[in-house]
Every structure is written in C-alpha cells, then in structure tokens.
Design a protein around this ligand. Sequence first.
Ligand code: NDP
Ligand code: MG
Length: 401
Amino acid sequence: MTQRIAVLGATGSIGDSTLALLAAHATDFEVYALSGHSRLDKLFELCQRFKPKRVAVPSAAVDSFAQRLQAAKLDIDVVGGEAGIVDIAQDSQVDTVVAAIVGAAGLPSTLAAAKAGKRILLANKEALVMAGPLMMQAVKDNNATLLPIDSEHNAIFQCLPRAIQQDNSQIHQQEHGVRKLWLTASGGPFLHQSYEQMQAASVAQAVNHPNWSMGQKISIDSATMMNKGLELIEAAHLFDLPESQIEVVMHPQSIIHSMVEYSDGSVLAQLGSPDMKTPIAHALAYPERIASGVQPLDLFALAALEFTRPDLEKFVCLRLAREAMQSGLLATIALNAANEIAVAAFIDEQVKLTDIALINEQTLDNMAQQSLQSPKHIDDIIAVDQLARQLATAQIQALLA
Ligand code: NDP
Ligand code: MG
C-alpha cells in the first residue's frame, strides 16, 4: 500500500534527501503534505513538482502563497503557522511524518504526530532534547512508531534486535545483553585545530563540515560538538539508557555511524558512505529495504578507520550535554534553548564560536538558580525554553557590553 507522507521542513537539507528518495520510489510513497518557512520560492517549486494535497507556510504568507498556487492551477490546501503544521502532523490521511524542522520550532508538530499515532521519521533531535519523556510516552500511549533518521541513532537502531526496535524497554532484558552504545563523532572542521583557532573561526569555516552536507545550525553544532551532545541526550531517550551507558568516540572518517556493545564482547556497527539518504531510506522502508542511490562503500578504498577519545576541554558543549542529562529535563531544555540563541548570535557575527559554550554554560548555571519544577506538559516546556532564551540573550548582551 502507498504510504502517505508529510515532509515537515521540506525546504531543508533533510527535506531534500527525503524528497529525492520519495521521487525515486513514487509508486510506494505519496507526497501528501509539505512545509516550509523562509524558502518559499523553493517550496512553491516543490508544490509544482510533487503536487501535495496540503502545504504549510508562515501565517503571514498564507494568502499570497495560496494565490500563487491558484495562478499555477494547483489545487493545494494552504495552512499557516505552527497550528497549520500541527494540523498536518495529525491529519488522518497522513501515515508518516518526516520531522525535519530544525530546532525547538519542530517540537509541537513532532509531539502532535506522536499523539496521533503516526509513523515518525525523526530528524528533529531537539524535540527529544526538550521533551524526551513526553515524546516517548506519547509514542507508547498512542501506538506511534518512532524511527530515528539521525545517522548515529539509525545505526544503533539497525544494530539492535527486532524486539528492542519495537519496544525500547526491552533493552533492559538481560537476554538481549546490551551493555552500552557507542556514538561516533567526526569532530567537525576543528578536530585537528587548537582552541585558539576555533576562537578565531568565521561562520564559513564553521559550517564547512569535512564529511556531511547539512543545514547551517546543525553544521555549527557539529563544529562545537554540541551536536554530539544533543545526540547523546537523543540516544538516552530513544533507547531508554542512562547517559553513563552511552560513550562518545571520535571517528573522523564518518564511516561507522555508531555501534552497540553486547555482554559477550560483540560490538555491532553499521557502516556506510556518509549520506543521509541511507538512514532515511532505511526508515522509509522499515522493516524492508529500498535502494537509496547512495554510493556503495568501497572498503578497498578506505585507508584506515581511526578512533580517539573526545577532548572535553576543547569541546565544552559535549561536557555540558552530559551534565545536563544527569541533571534532568529543565537543564536539557535550557541547554537547547541557550544553544539556539548562541548559534544565531554567532551566525550574526555578534559572538565568537567558542562563546557558544560560554553562553550555554552560564545559562545552565543561571537556570539552576531558578528552583523550577520539572515540566510535565508541553506548555511548561515552552515556558522553560522561553525563560532560557531570555537568560541566554541577557548573557550575550553582557558579553557585548
Ligand atoms: P535546514 O536548515 O536545512 O532545514 C530546516 C527546515 O526547517 C527548513 O525546511 C526550514 O524552512 C524549516 N524551518 C526553520 N525554522 C522554522 C520555523 N520556525 N518554523 C517552521 N519551519 C522552520 O536543516 P536540516 O535539514 O539540516 O536539519 C533539520 C533537522 O534534522 C535538525 O533538527 C537537524 O538537527 C536534523 N538532522 C539533520 C541532518 C542533516 O544531515 N542535515 C542529520 C541529522 C539530523 P526554510 O528553509 O523554508 O526556512
Ligand atoms: Mg547525527
């Protein structure tokens, strides 16, 4: 049967890879809905090409976008803003939601998809960092299916037995023998550079990832290794393990995408060319397999695979993420929010790359003094997120003063 897909964040990097796969397998998948935010010309072209039934744009753009579609004789329902994206995520016609909006902006629709019992292909790791327990509970309560497409988490998922893939609480069953998870990290563009060189980095240098082509925010997160920190938190929620059972190892070649270690000493790894079309294809077709068009891995051409310990003095954000996970949800929400504000300030050339970690750490310290209750509801989460954004913004003002 044809899977009807909503691609949320269709105009981004994950959106591109997903739509390339959907186009290549047009008989198996129907592009039912798309969403975009600032790149509306691109979204319009996608509407012409894929002819979805529904499209979400920012509220202020609904009328003009609808007129544009009408003039092109495209009969597509246009919805606006966050409410529009949420409406698509829970649309009864949608089987699968590709959650590929970047940052906290993706949380409401990802959670709505879980509550509506959808099959979710999760790229939006920030949703789990902000609301892991709520998300995982909503998935369980509503029989949703959560398939990670973040390459590391997809690799771990593939290395786990089917019983754990279908019910993550099974990971604690002794018979499965899962001892720990190994998250691999490329180290980004500054792996072999000093802290001082990182301090002087331009935006162009920071987004210039050696192995992966990605959106701007995640590229900068990779340069600071905040991305691996967010992924550590993501993995803890997805696979129901404490952070102490998740190890990060530097692996600059990005060929092993992550690993699972078992009690008998076996370590299972998933390997492949660094191309997001592989994990996306895996999740689209799961439990079957489809062609992704990705360059096959040429083992003869691989000179060596290296592994080293991460430098937590240089990559402060990775340490902060581990501490935040130990501390709890308030801290992980605050870390994510502060990081979004700090990354935006770096892109605006207001602060240095290395200031991101300082802003994040200071915001975490300031949040810890607020004596707040751990949030139980999405509204509480958003309130904590907003407060942390204010604290981080104040921190930036102080740095600039
Ligand atoms: P991009 O920046 O390329 O794309 C982000 C998407 O989100 C775009 O469609 C963008 O719309 C949309 N968007 C941005 N802000 C808003 C908003 N406020 N409201 C609604 N939509 C918004 O990012 P990526 O595709 O690289 O990343 C997407 C997610 O996937 C992130 O969470 C990232 O961490 C994760 N991920 C990405 C990987 C990659 O290889 N790219 C790998 C693993 C995970 P527009 O462009 O029209 O403004
Ligand atoms: Mg990743």
